[in-house]
Design a protein around this ligand. Structure first.
Ligand code: MRU
Length: 380
């Protein structure tokens, strides 16, 4: 069950309202989400008291972004366990809520494994629930640490690739504190550049159809006083042609063993543009986003979203009329192609930056070597 709590958020910066937190009120533990579907209009908290509410929040994108999905999934397993629900069933529902971001499955499996191990060892459901919660908390903490390390590695790489400084960076979708236990992935690198005086401009793709760039990245950039400019996705080409982009920074939802990168739809065209214009295309993601069990880009399952996300526009506080709850912008009955992600082949990726360092050029061997250094993922 989910309750919505529209607290007055006027004075609060997003970093003060975490994207997700675990709370233990007298009525029982809950997972509190900042409802990202309502941003930037209002900061509304969504209180999940069971895993099925969380599954719905994941599907509706109230909680989203690969690393945060992993953290949410782990807490979801813990929530099922502490509230006495069927844990294996909850874990399966959570892991299946969205297919592309591998972090979701990784997070769910981690809490589930901790639960199973403690249950087998102690036979005590309360201890097993505590183990699942501890695993979720550990993942949450580790993600914040990974975020800070990615930012440092990413900024060092930018300085190396763009020695002149005054970086003008283009980003797509949202990859900041709203997707992370810390300050994010790609956005965290831009933020580090901003804090060190090296960010001249953050170009923010609006990211049709759900506007994660306009609604969320611009929101985070404004709250951090960054120099940013919003553009429609199809304006990116003219920006490259004008020589206004020094680097592209994006996150990832799944990186196959060969280095193919699934990220928000629209990333691949940016990689093509970047190659044509000799601009580095840099992917920033924690090692948990690398999936050794997915051999290549063709093996990545790309989530297909409902057509009404394309044929209607929705925005927080806009009155709704269409079948999907939005205002129609196409004739009724229009079919839409609406993949949530696309896949960029490794040869178009200049570097993959993780908390363990950067891989460049992106090859299966280099990626395997980097992942082997991490305690979280090992590619055999
Ligand atoms: C850490 S950010 C990487 C990706 O998760 C992000 O770019 C993205 O594509 C998110 O998609 P979303 O559909 O909003 O969950």
């Amino acid at each position: 069950m989910a309750d919505q709590d529209a607290r007055s958020g006027e004075d609060k910066r997003p970093t003060e309202i975490p994207a997700l937190r675990w709370e233990e009120p007298p009525e029982g533990p809950v997972l509190v989400l900042l409802d990202q579907t309502r941003l930037p209009a209002e900061e509304v908290e969504l209180v999940c008291t069971d895993a099925s509410a969380l599954v719905e929040a994941i599907r509706s994108l109230a909680v989203r972004g690969a690393p945060l999905l992993g953290i949410a999934g782990a807490y979801g397993v813990a929530l099922a366990a502490v509230r006495g629900f069927e844990v294996e069933e909850a874990a399966a529902a959570l892991a299946g809520a969205r297919p592309t971001a591998v972090n979701l499955t990784v997070g769910v499996r981690r809490a589930q494994a901790a639960h199973q191990e403690a249950l087998a060892r102690t036979g005590d459901t309360r201890q097993a629930a505590a183990a699942a919660l501890a695993a979720a908390r550990a993942l949450h903490r580790e993600d914040a640490e990974a975020s800070a390390r990615m930012a440092a590695h990413g900024l060092a790489l930018l300085d190396e690739l763009l020695p002149a400084g005054g970086h003008r960076v283009l980003t797509h979708c949202n990859s900041g504190s709203l997707v992370s236990g810390g300050e994010g992935t790609a956005f965290a690198v831009a933020l580090a550049a901003h804090r060190s005086g090296r960010l001249r401009r953050l170009w923010v793709d609006e990211t049709r159809p759900l506007l994660q760039g306009a609604r969320l990245t611009a929101y985070e950039a404004a709250r951090n006083d960054m120099a940013y400019t919003l553009l429609t996705d199809n304006a990116a080409g003219s920006l490259f042609a004008a020589g206004e982009v020094d680097a592209v920074l994006v996150g990832a939802d799944r990186i196959a063993a060969d280095g193919s990168v699934a990220n928000k739809v629209g990333s691949y065209p940016l990689a093509v543009l970047a190659r044509y214009h000799h601009v580095p295309f840099i992917v920033v993601a924690p090692v948990t986003t690398v999936d050794p069990d997915t051999p290549d880009g063709a093996s990545i399952e790309v989530e297909q979203r409902p057509g009404y996300e394309v044929t209607e526009v929705t925005a927080p506080q806009v009155p709704v009329t269409g079948a999907g709850g939005g205002i129609p912008v196409a004739p009724l009955g229009t079919q839409a192609y609406n993949p949530a992600f696309d896949v960029t082949p490794p040869e178009l990726v200049t570097a993959i930056v993780t908390e363990e360092g950067a891989v460049s050029p992106v090859t299966a061997a280099a990626l395997a070597e980097l992942c082997a250094r991490s305690r979280q993922v090992t590619i055999s």
